[in-house]
Design a protein around this ligand. Structure first.
Ligand SMILES: *Cc1c(COP(=O)(O)O)cnc(C)c1O
Length: 449
């Protein structure tokens, strides 16, 4: 297929995600970009035009597209075992992956439940928390707490703990909403406040809720260090230390959703490590398979696991997905973990993160840029108009301007962010910095006109 065929047939037959399809039609349409193949951090269309995948294809890709080592592992797995059910059967890729992930938590989270996507991991953590309290006779613990602006997926259960109006409001009548506590987003600092002060203020908000309602609350779910979908809202690790202590004190489970920030994205393998804590549940997905195949994992403690260990079938965790523990996906994840070791990824990413920071640094002086910030392999800034407000239509216009410059970037509202694969080089960082500055100038000129 050529580019035009691909676009025409896609618009006729494919209902694209996260999209008002009508915006792909008519004058000034939202761009739809045909992709024929991938190579490292690059995506390539049918005519050979290249785009730097600066957002890791929605935060999933860690080591670039078509990585030779992951490809080889998958080829071998494909010729050995493509899939088998994981109820009453087991296989080496699932066992090895569970063991290795548990080891990465220092053995604190020694039980690994597999699913296929991030939203399912959220559902599993919520159900496991609730059910474990039920099994322990704490039947009144049936409510959840989430953080303002938090995002945990878009199935009906996950939307209950997702505080993003555009995804949630249309389905409000279907949703059992959680309690929402203040965000520790460092951008909320008032005059003279530091990021730690904001973290403490947010934790005090949680404490007030727990002091009153802890008897009814099963779990708190947080995105450690970076609330990504909220617009790369970053907070001080102090917040996680405080919420861990509050959860212990009030007997509430702590769920760390590291679907986006896990697997080295925040600078450490798990983001929660930077606070020196462990959660009761850890959700992983996105980068876990290197961005190759749908896979998610919920890791939990002996204590939670023990609450289900019983003679009664119904006291077990009977949740299942058809593709639970798919061997190909697990094998892609094992090959991904191998790369962390063989490439010394976390150490190399420190250098790379500094290069990304340097490439964006000149933007700090831009009159319409606010809150240039970075945590590991995520960097972001907010754009305002001359009145200090989010410019209308910014995200779409900037996305199009970046594509023209061979950059795949998708701002969240007025927040421009980069979250590239861990294999971009110094040249590509420089390209990114220059391309962003250029696309920003074009977008702001357009907005002023
Ligand atoms: C993407 C994401 C999810 C949902 O994962 P899906 O695979 O898209 O269902 C949940 N939580 C966080 C923090 C995410 O970034």
């Amino acid at each position: 297929m050529n580019n035009n065929d691909l676009l025409r047939r896609s618009l006729a037959a494919v209902w694209h995600p996260c999209t008002q399809m009508k915006q792909h039609a008519g004058d000034g349409a939202l761009p739809l970009t045909p992709i024929a193949r991938g190579e490292g951090p690059w995506l390539i269309d049918c005519d050979g035009r290249r785009y730097l995948d600066a957002i890791s294809s929605w935060w999933v890709n860690l080591f670039g597209h078509c990585h030779p080592a992951i490809n080889a592992a998958l080829r071998e797995q494909l010729e050995t075992l493509e899939h088998v059910l994981l109820a009453g059967f087991t296989h080496a890729p699932a066992v090895e992956l569970a063991e290795r992930l548990s080891a990465l938590t220092g053995g604190a989270l020694g039980h690994c439940f597999f699913a296929s996507d991030g939203a399912s991991a959220t559902e599993i953590a919520l159900k496991m928390s609730f059910h474990s309290w039920q099994n322990r006779g704490r039947t009144e613990k049936r409510e959840f707490v989430c953080v303002a602006g938090g995002y945990h997926g878009e199935t009906v259960g996950a939307l209950g703990v997702t505080d993003v109006a555009i995804f949630r409001d249309a389905y409000a009548p279907l949703i059992r909403a959680a309690h929402v506590v203040p965000s520790p987003d460092a951008r909320l600092a008032q005059d003279g406040e530091s990021a730690i002060d904001v973290a403490r203020r947010a934790a005090a908000g949680l404490e007030a809720l727990l002091a009153e309602k802890h008897a009814q609350i099963a779990a708190l779910i947080v995105e450690p260090l970076v609330q990504c979908a909220a617009g790369m809202a970053m907070h001080d690790p102090e917040y996680l230390r405080l919420v861990r202590a509050l959860c212990d004190r009030y007997e509430v489970h702590l769920i760390c959703d590291e679907i986006a920030v896990g697997c080295g994205r925040s600078g450490t393998f798990f983001a929660h490590e930077q606070a020196g804590i462990r959660p009761d549940f850890l959700c992983l997905s996105k980068g876990i398979s290197g961005g190759y195949l749908p896979l998610s994992v919920v890791l939990t403690t002996d204590r939670v696991y023990g609450a289900f260990w019983d003679d009664a079938t119904a006291r077990g965790f009977l949740h299942s997905h058809s593709y639970t523990g798919n061997p190909l996906a697990c094998r892609a994840a094992l090959a991904t973990l191998d790369l962390f070791a063989s490439e010394e990824t976390l150490a190399r990413n420190r250098t790379l993160a500094a290069q990304i920071g340097a490439a964006l640094a000149p933007l700090a002086d831009h009159a319409q840029v606010r809150h240039l910030r970075q945590r590991g392999m995520i960097a972001a800034f907010d754009v305002v108009d001359t009145a200090g407000q989010p410019p209308a239509g910014f995200s779409r216009a900037f996305h199009a301007a970046a594509l023209k410059r061979g950059l795949l970037l998708r701002p969240i509202g007025n927040t421009v962010y980069v979250m590239p694969p861990y294999v971009i080089g110094a040249d590509e960082c420089a390209l990114l910095g220059a391309g962003i500055a250029d696309a920003l100038a074009e977008t702001l000129r357009g907005a002023a006109a």
